[in-house]
Design a protein around this ligand. Sequence first.
Ligand SMILES: NC(=O)c1ccc[n+]([C@@H]2O[C@H](COP(=O)([O-])OP(=O)(O)OC[C@H]3O[C@@H](n4cnc5c(N)ncnc54)[C@H](O)[C@@H]3O)[C@@H](O)[C@H]2O)c1
Ligand SMILES: N[C@H](CO)Cc1c[nH]c[nH+]1
Ligand SMILES: [Zn+2]
Length: 433
Amino acid sequence: MNSVAPVRTIRLADLSPEERRRLTHRSGAISMDVTSVVRQIVEDVRQKGDESVREYTERFDGVKLDSLEVPRVEIETALDRIDQHLAEAMSIAASNIRAFHSAQIHPEPVVETSPGVKVWRVWRPIERVGVYVPGGGARYPSTVLMHAVPASVAGCSEIVLCTPPGPDGKVPEATLAAAALSGVTRVFSIGGAQAIAAMAYGTQTIPPVQKIFGPGNVYVTAAKMLVFGDVDIDKPAGPSELVIIADDTADPRETAADLIAQSEHAPDNASVLVTTSESLAEAVLSELTRQLEDLPNRDRVISSFRSNGFILLVEDLAQAVGFVNEYAPEHLQIVTVSPREILEGINNAGSIFLGRYSPVPAGDYAVGSNHVLPTSGSARTFGPLSTEEFGKWVQVQELTQEGLRSISNAVTAMARAENLEGHARAIEVRFSV
Ligand SMILES: NC(=O)c1ccc[n+]([C@@H]2O[C@H](COP(=O)([O-])OP(=O)(O)OC[C@H]3O[C@@H](n4cnc5c(N)ncnc54)[C@H](O)[C@@H]3O)[C@@H](O)[C@H]2O)c1
Ligand SMILES: N[C@H](CO)Cc1c[nH]c[nH+]1
Ligand SMILES: [Zn+2]
């Protein structure tokens, strides 16, 4: 690693249009092989329920489960069993997430579109939601909070959580503690496609939900896409991404640390630095090499840098903004003289972090913002996970006799133009004797 640069450096001006397109447009597609494996799992769980869930858990997670559900008492007492510093940290995070997500739905005004014609919307939660929290390589109590807190704020009455069991067949205590803090109603120690199918169709012990949320690996994502249609799903999340826009005022140590943090999640994650400063680029490269020396997750970071990471040299910040809008990153960090000025030009990014004291890991845990964000370019059309996704607005209208009379000609004329005589008569019948 000493002589080889940990990540490649590219000059924007040297890229052909096709090379630039390949850098900015990542594919979120899932292979046919994975889809066909997952189709079989989903079908088996749908037909055989718990028996199939147990078989696949034994095959993929290597554990034979006595009970699929974690007893309620274990969830309720988990906060007492974990390290009390961690319990306090999670409770600060939960409270900040609750504050931010509570501000996302407001009672809306009643609008009187004409005298006596009133229309408004009322908020109604989805009753039963399912949350998938990944296991496998890492543990994510923070992801429990990012889903279950907004679900509670939205008013969902049943919040079901599935997460893979550890080698001992158990769900980690910190995950259970996060579930207790955020209003999760039931926890099942199952993972992968079998968990998604169980929440979609229900089994003898797992209740079917109306919408499934949560990130996961390709098997989880493929299963969500297969059950979509029978049950609603959130936006499937791909590998995590960070782009940093930096000028020569950025600190190379901090910049390198931020790139490493994002690539630590998985070998297919992407960390990108876009900079106007060649000296920053060079200093970041040596910092990366130095900081990687003793990093526990070094191998994952190196793979991620090799597969999807790069440093992009641009001539000015306008070029950086243009590139970012094409790339549409999940996370964007802006470390320049005036980050807010750059913000004005950014159209496509999931979550934007302004200035040196707003690093992404702060948002991953405790800012209160949501860390479930659009990946693989879907930030061009989607935003972060929010309270709104755990419910829906229902439209209400109320008209007085005079209100209806005042719009009756408009309704009947348009109905007859659409050849819908019955519509017109449903209005007129109210005013004829
Ligand atoms: N975007 C976000 O907010 C966010 C947050 C946390 C994690 N993540 C991502 O979620 C992903 C987690 O992946 P993970 O694998 O660690 O955990 P996971 O829970 O998604 O997957 C583990 C499950 O995969 C199944 N599985 C494993 N091998 C299989 C095979 N060969 N065939 C069928 N099923 C198989 C098993 O059932 C196992 O329980 C990572 O990519 C991580 O970056 C994203
Ligand atoms: N950065 C990840 C994707 O946004 C979320 C996460 C969870 N834990 C730590 N980080
Ligand atoms: Zn993270």
